[in-house]
Design a protein around this ligand. Structure first.
Ligand code: SF4
Length: 220
């Protein structure tokens, strides 16, 4: 039966339902603000499973440090880092310049897809929210992909996420506080300007808005 949630439903209520309904769910994360808040909320609600991260070979050092700080803070969670298995290309030959879709498919989607197919969780806990980008404006708590995706933060605004992170002294990626409101690989991420959507700094000027994990024919 579909839960009777509204936009005001607290994310922990959604997470509690998810843990009861899909006890073997998985939580993939890129350790952005949203991801850090979701990890904390999930932990407080009783999640003790895996937090799965894909190391594309192009992450900012601050992102890897954030992962390590979170792993220290939540020793009961199992932090899993999947290696893309591809060396960064020599300068001048970077695939992300000429074929970012192919680069994301090889470095992000394929490693996570392969891991998820092996683990076969019934559902994925996901940290996306509506106000991150116009393409996410209609996101709901529940989403049907190849398996159920549960988005407890769908209706939380950036301001609310920041307030939560500050109130609980969460180890947010320090790049966030200098304008990197959404943080992916360094070649494809810039700080956003005032008034821009959080994800406007991802693949800016390249006509690409999603890595393919959650949207597109290879989406999970
Ligand atoms: S975000 Fe950029 S560097 Fe990272 S996998 Fe995608 S295209 Fe490649």
């Amino acid at each position: 039966m579909t839960p009777s949630w509204t936009e005001e439903t607290h994310p922990q209520e959604v997470i509690a339902w998810a843990l009861e309904t899909y006890p073997n769910l998985l939580l993939p994360s890129a350790f952005n603000l949203n991801g850090t808040v979701l990890i904390d909320l999930a932990y407080r609600t009783g999640y003790r499973g895996e937090v799965v991260f894909v190391d594309t070979g192009y992450h900012f050092p601050e992102t890897l440090q954030t992962r390590d700080r979170l792993a220290e803070r939540y020793p009961d969670l199992h932090f899993v880092t999947l290696e893309a298995g591809l060396e960064p290309e020599p300068w001048g030959q970077e695939r992300y310049r000429t074929d970012p879709d192919g680069c994301c498919a090889a470095r992000k989607v394929a490693p996570l897809r392969s891991y998820i197919e092996k683990k076969n969780p019934p559902a994925l806990l996901n940290a996306r929210s509506r106000d991150q980008a116009p393409t996410r404006a209609h996101l709901g708590f529940l989403e049907l992909g190849e398996r159920i995706r549960i988005n407890p933060l769908a209706y939380w605004t950036r301001e609310r996420l920041e307030a939560y992170a500050k109130a609980h002294d969460l180890p947010v990626n320090p790049l966030y506080w200098v304008g990197f409101l959404s943080i992916g690989c360094w070649p494809c991420t810039r700080a956003v300007q005032p008034g821009e959507a959080a994800r406007a700094g991802r693949w800016a000027g390249r006509g690409k808005t999603e890595c393919g994990l959650w949207v597109g024919k290879e989406a999970l």
